[in-house]
Ligand binder design. Sequence first.
Ligand SMILES: Cc1cc2nc3c(=O)[nH]c(=O)nc-3n(C[C@H](O)[C@H](O)[C@H](O)COP(=O)(O)OP(=O)(O)OC[C@H]3O[C@@H](n4cnc5c(N)ncnc54)[C@H](O)[C@@H]3O)c2cc1C
Length: 366
Amino acid sequence: MTAPSTETDVVVLGLGIHGAAASLELARRGLSVIGVEQFAPGHSRGSSHGATRMIRRAYPNAVWNELVSRAYDGWERWAEIAGESFYTATTGLYAHRGSGTMQGGRSRPVGSAEVAELMPSVSFPQGYEAVFDLDAGVLKAEKALAFAHRAAQEHGAELRFGERVEAWSTDGGGVTVTTSGGSIRASRLVLAGGAWAPKLMPRYAEQFEVWRIVTLSARPGQEVGQPPQLGSFSVDLPEGLVFGVPAIGQAGAKVGIDAGLVWDPEVPVAEPTQAEVSRLAALFESFVPGIDLTGAEAVACLYTMTPDKRFVVGALPGEPGVIAAAACSGHGFKFGPAIGAAVADLVQGVPRPDLDFVSPERWEAA
Ligand SMILES: Cc1cc2nc3c(=O)[nH]c(=O)nc-3n(C[C@H](O)[C@H](O)[C@H](O)COP(=O)(O)OP(=O)(O)OC[C@H]3O[C@@H](n4cnc5c(N)ncnc54)[C@H](O)[C@@H]3O)c2cc1C
């Protein structure tokens, strides 16, 4: 048994998709990395568990376009390293009331007749318009997260599961991190703590709200629920945006809604209730008529929302050597490899003005 290292270049707090991606990218660039995760690999207490996630180029605001491109490039990079792709192109349709704003990539507005041609299984409410995204698809999330952990370790990162970061202190020379397993001295600390962000960044606690989100997955193997019949989709209802991810491999098609109870991540995420499942089943059947929900599975997970639905990626003001990587608001997974590369750039002092729109500095100015 080798004693845990107590000195390293970078400590990464949290090994969800963003901490795992940062650990991998930093280790690939030759830095020594210790990743510290309080739970076991693949646990279901945070935001990165579950078989699939949607990826899309269509975004509500052009400010995202560069990071979205870097996201697609990042999944290609991971496919080269892994020798397999985690991305399956399925196309996407995003339905909205009134003047929608989805733009980016090759996305374009389409009329209801074309919707039926492009995605025969989907049915949008009367009066809704849609935007078609040729590059939208599905990410094999569980596989990608396991790959990132494995590849980070293969590149020399030390990943510690079941160990919690209790505190840290910064000084001119670096950061001292105290964990439930001992103390670590590092030149940089990356905070990729997901729903624990308000606790880890108390200065900005007001800016975060953690939501418990429920999804419902149908049995796999249903033609109506998979490409080419069904691709990724969303419908912006008054009560929240409904998102749909088609079936891929052994993962059935699923729906969820961007609305949920405010949750304290220290409390294990409560199982979905019958009422929540019935509500989602009704939405699923209305947007994908013909889907069979016998044996469907409901799962709960956490979003870490910010008021502008933008991430928090950048040097933490007033904390030299500490870099925040809290990228969620319900749409962060697709950016995993890109956030990993962004964090590595910031650690190495590579200027990234393109990240100003997600920098915590924006809250200093406010
Ligand atoms: C239901 C649902 C559907 C989603 N769908 C999509 C989608 O289709 N497309 C998309 O792009 N995104 C989607 N997202 C969002 C995406 O999954 C998240 O943005 C992403 O997983 C966040 O990853 P993370 O690494 O920041 O957080 P997490 O995965 O939560 O990782 C943070 C980790 O930090 C650990 N941690 C916290 N504090 C400490 C400490 N003190 N010491 C040690 N460890 C600590 C936690 O245990 C946790 O494992 C969805 C999210 C949910 C919940």
